[in-house]
Design a protein around this ligand. Structure first.
Ligand SMILES: [Zn+2]
Length: 244
């Protein structure tokens, strides 16, 4: 499965690291919430990790931008690419916020897959806190390439060419594993019970359109599609609103 012989040992260590991250996150969550359920199964623990990976400060800002038109979601990315730096909407705007953890450097990988996730801050007061979610990623030493806030702002956490640790143990419909190595991870801030905002749909569609111009994207899947039974995110996503 692993075409790049060189990377076998480091991938395996990355995999172990991810597993340990899950343990750390589970522990953290259990401590904080003082859950009485010490018999949490592995499944619960893993879901807990997803819970922890959620954050966003932009809930208030989202209110002001509710008129972002869904019709513009693809166009806005094209326009912002053409007119660099001249973006007139928060939705779809890409803000560089590169992190220093949770990825493996690469220069020659082939990207053909996008994996959509959701995250919220399970530790801080605001489940939508962007900085809180990023801090959780830091503690867990995980990452994704993009994080979409409630107002549609897109934060780039890891450069596309690098391998972000977002998928964990997973398997594609075509049988491939080591999903991180050929995918881009997009985290969309949402709670398990919540819905994505219109701005988030607009932003993710803009982002997908941009990425499809750069890479031969063949698969756009949710985390739960590649890790069924282990992962349930992206929660509440309406796939019909996602322009694959
Ligand atoms: Zn996920």
């Amino acid at each position: 499965m692993q075409k790049r012989k060189v990377a076998i040992s480091s991938q395996s260590s990355a995999s172990n690291k991810q597993e340990s991250i899950e343990n750390i996150q589970e522990t953290k969550d259990n401590e904080q919430q003082a859950i009485g359920n010490s018999q949490n199964t592995t499944d619960n623990n893993q879901e807990t990790k997803d819970n922890i990976q959620q954050v966003a400060d932009n809930n208030q800002e989202a209110t002001g931008n509710s008129q972002n038109s869904i019709d513009n979601k693809q166009n806005s990315t094209e326009k912002s690419q053409q007119a660099t730096g001249n973006k007139n909407s928060d939705s779809g705007k890409i803000v560089q916020r590169l992190v220093s953890w949770g990825f493996q450097k690469s220069s020659d990988r082939k990207i053909d897959t996008i994996i959509v996730h959701s995250s919220y801050d399970a530790i801080g007061k605001d489940p939508y806190s962007v900085s809180g979610i990023i801090e959780e990623y830091r503690q867990a030493q995980v990452s994704a390439h993009y994080l979409i806030a409630r107002d549609g702002t897109v934060y780039q956490l890891v450069a596309d060419q690098n391998i972000a640790w977002h998928a964990g143990v997973a398997k594609m419909p075509d049988g491939r594993t080591d999903v991180n190595s050929f995918s881009l991870g997009i985290e969309i801030i949402n709670t398990q019970e919540g819905k994505f905002t219109d701005q988030q749909y607009s932003a993710v569609n803009s982002l997908i359109a941009t990425l499809k111009k750069k890479y031969p994207i063949k698969n756009i899947l949710g985390h739960s599609d590649i890790a069924p039974g282990r992962k349930t995110d992206p929660w509440g996503i309406e796939w019909k609103k996602v322009e694959k």
